[in-house]
Design a protein around this ligand. Structure first.
Ligand code: SAH
Length: 250
């Protein structure tokens, strides 16, 4: 049987995934707790990625080298950048880019030296599965969240987007910075801090990767207020529901 890694970006999300696992056992590698067990009959390893690209890359490497996972699914939150990518929407990544990679003028801006490319791809098959699980959850979950949460976050008609996800070692929390990212990378749907690092490691090892991000903020001047509130009240319920739907269907 194949082993799937379930990676969460934040404690709240991992806790919700562990609640779905009946028999998880902890193993510490590189100071990180990996939880090996089952979820809906699948062999899984659940782990917190840690924040930022370095933590993400070492987590991905341990999952592949030490735990022998054959595919990786990542759930987290992100700041919305694209027009119409609103708080409560979901972005399923088709490709990834490190927005803070810049070895110019030796290499073109954003190109990862040694790879001859700036973008890395998500696995098409896993990503299609993750997108349909996400769409299913989006159609059902908001109605279970209660009227208060729905109006506070404006979650009446959440949408599932697919496209470019960008990562960097910055929490983007000013309107000026998010506008600058939009100007340079007009195709970017959302910004976070880990996805593109996972994508580079998965590319190196030929391991399929799928990433879903719930939009917690708009990466603007209000991001620091919206982000923690969204995490507390909404995000963890999205990620565990998406994972559960994905593995139940498989
Ligand atoms: N103190 C916080 C730190 C969060 S860092 C905590 O641990 O609760 C932000 C996390 O959310 C990262 O994992 C990143 O991938 C994602 N994220 C959400 N909104 C973001 C934004 N506007 N810019 C960058 N990353 C964002």
């Amino acid at each position: 049987m194949t082993t799937t890694a379930i990676v969460s970006a934040l404690h709240e999300e991992l806790a919700a995934v562990l609640e779905l696992m009946p028999d998880e056992r902890q193993q510490v590698v590189g100071g990180r707790s990996f939880w090996r067990g089952h979820l809906h009959g699948h062999d899984v390893v659940a782990v917190l990625s840690g924040i930022g690209k370095v933590a993400a890359a070492t987590t991905a490497t341990s999952l592949i080298e030490r735990f022998g996972v054959q595919s990786i699914v990542f759930t987290g939150v992100a700041g919305g950048l694209g027009d119409g990518v609103n708080v409560g929407d979901v972005v399923v990544a088709q490709r990834f880019l490190q927005h803070d990679m810049d070895a110019s003028p030796i290499f073109p801006r954003h190109e990862v030296p040694g790879y001859g490319r700036a973008t890395f791809e998500a696995d098409a098959v896993q990503t299609a599965r993750l997108a349909s699980a996400s769409a299913l959850v989006l159609s059902a979950l908001p109605s279970q969240l209660g009227a208060d949460v729905l109006t506070t976050f404006g979650l009446q008609a959440p949408r599932c987007h697919q496209g470019l996800l960008i990562s960097g070692d910055r929490f983007v929390a000013t309107t000026a910075e998010s506008q600058a990212l939009r100007d340079v990378l007009p195709d970017a749907l959302a910004v976070e801090m880990e996805g593109a690092a996972f994508a580079q490691v998965c590319h190196d090892y030929g391991v399929p990767l799928a990433v879903v991000r719930t939009i917690s903020d708009r990466a603007d001047d209000a991001a620091h207020v919206d982000f923690p509130r969204f995490l507390r009240e909404v995000a963890r319920r999205y990620s565990s529901a998406i994972i559960e739907t994905l593995l139940r269907k498989k």
